[in-house]
Write a protein that binds this ligand. Structure first.
Ligand SMILES: *Cc1c(COP(=O)(O)O)cnc(C)c1O
Length: 378
């Protein structure tokens, strides 16, 4: 399957080493917080009676996935086939690819992956179903497919109703294919700030999933599961009873963007476990310091990082490899060579920039885990 050359772990990232000796930029995970986040989500799912299938695009790391499975997750989600291949190669055995896979190259790889693990993928077009049916038949495997429903994002997905029924029906009647349920996820509402507005938006989206589910039932097509829901909406998706399975991903790490969401009163709280470790490499004047982490260490798509412990400082990126931090008049500033732990704006693309997660407990390195799905975008 997939292999790629890796950079070696950062200097000082050996188990037993104190955090201050870890060179920068490096990606740190506080394992006590990570473990607590994983346990909290697992308890929520168990108490609510929904299955938990965490989205592994957030961490791309087999060790994190194994912790999630050990805590009760039924499997994992991946967004890309290469991500699924990397995690199956690392020993994970139940993966839902929450995306459409189109064209002979990808379908050949999906058929191959289905020989090694329980895999499923999404469809929203009869031409893709026909292509998958031919490959499964020729490849002598049964491919599990979920019909993706457009529940309001205006992205992929068939509209709820007849189009969904027709796709499910075609899958059911194709040898080599198995209809494995509905995929109903709406990414665009995960960061609606007000909890009440996010709940309303999730319920409106879930109503479209309910219509699709009922249309299948009316035609006598059995639907084993409706799956969807992220860190922003999972409590609302779970409370309606339309979803049997939730797919939150970011909750393991959290990030500055999720920290701006008003938490749901009915949901458990998650804490920040992921940090970019960075050094003050220049302190040229009293109004600023410059960190060695710019946009190549901290993707800016969801805003700048925050700096815990330094509430007066404001990170303002100056470029690919420089992070300029503004020091207001009269405020204390970190000194040259000092290391700071930054909370990334968006955890998923941040993880994708690092080969290693440096795991710490109480500011001591305890492990270093490869990000096996790093760069797996194909
Ligand atoms: C990203 C994603 C998730 C998880 O979203 P988070 O906000 O990271 O919790 C779940 N399902 C699908 C299909 C996704 O693309």
């Amino acid at each position: 399957m997939r292999s790629q050359p890796r950079m070696r772990p950062p200097d000082g990232a050996e188990p037993g080493s104190v955090l201050d000796h870890v060179d920068t930029p490096a990606l740190l995970v506080d394992l006590d917080v990570l473990d607590a986040n994983i346990a909290t989500m697992a308890s929520f799912a168990a108490e609510t009676g929904v299955s938990l299938r965490p989205h592994a695009k957030a961490h791309k790391c087999a060790e994190v996935a194994r912790k999630q499975i050990a805590a009760g997750a039924v499997g994992i989600c991946c967004q890309k086939l290469s991500e699924a291949e990397a995690l199956v190669a690392a020993g994970l055995d139940d993966v839902l690819v929450t995306n459409e896979l189109v064209g002979p190259a990808k379908i050949r790889r999906l058929v191959e992956l289905a020989r090694h693990a329980t895999v499923a993928a999404c469809v929203d077009d009869p031409r893709n179903v026909a292509e998958l049916a031919a490959a499964a038949h020729g490849g002598d495997v049964v491919l599990a497919l979920l019909v993706e429903v457009d529940i309001g994002d205006g992205r992929c997905g068939a509209p709820p109703g007849e189009a969904v029924v027709a796709l499910a029906d075609t899958i059911e009647s194709s040898p080599g294919l198995r209809f494995a349920g509905l995929h109903a996820y709406r990414g665009g509402i995960q960061h609606v700030r007000s909890a009440a507005e996010r709940r309303d938006a999730a319920h409106a989206a879930d109503e479209r999933a309910r219509i699709a589910r009922e249309a299948l039932a009316a035609r006598g097509i059995r639907c084993d599961r409706v799956t969807g829901g992220g860190t922003g909406t999972f409590p609302f998706d779970a409370e309606l009873g339309v979803h049997d399975e939730i797919q939150p991903g970011s909750y393991v790490f959290m990030d500055a963007d999720y920290a701006r969401n008003e938490p749901a009163s009915t949901a458990p709280a998650f804490a920040q476990s992921l940090f970019v470790w960075s050094t003050v490499m220049s302190a040229p004047s009293s109004d600023r310091v410059v960190l060695d982490a710019g946009t190549k260490s901290l993707p800016p798509d969801s805003g700048p990082p925050t700096i815990p412990g330094w509430p007066n400082l404001e990170y303002r990126s100056a470029g690919d490899e420089h992070g300029v931090v503004v020091v207001p008049p009269g405020s204390a500033a970190p000194s040259l060579g000092e290391k700071l732990a930054l909370v990334p704006g968006h955890c998923d693309p941040t993880v994708n920039l690092y080969d290693w997660l440096v795991c710490v407990r109480d500011r001591v390195v305890v492990d270093v885990w490869p990000v096996v799905g790093r760069g797996a975008s194909y």
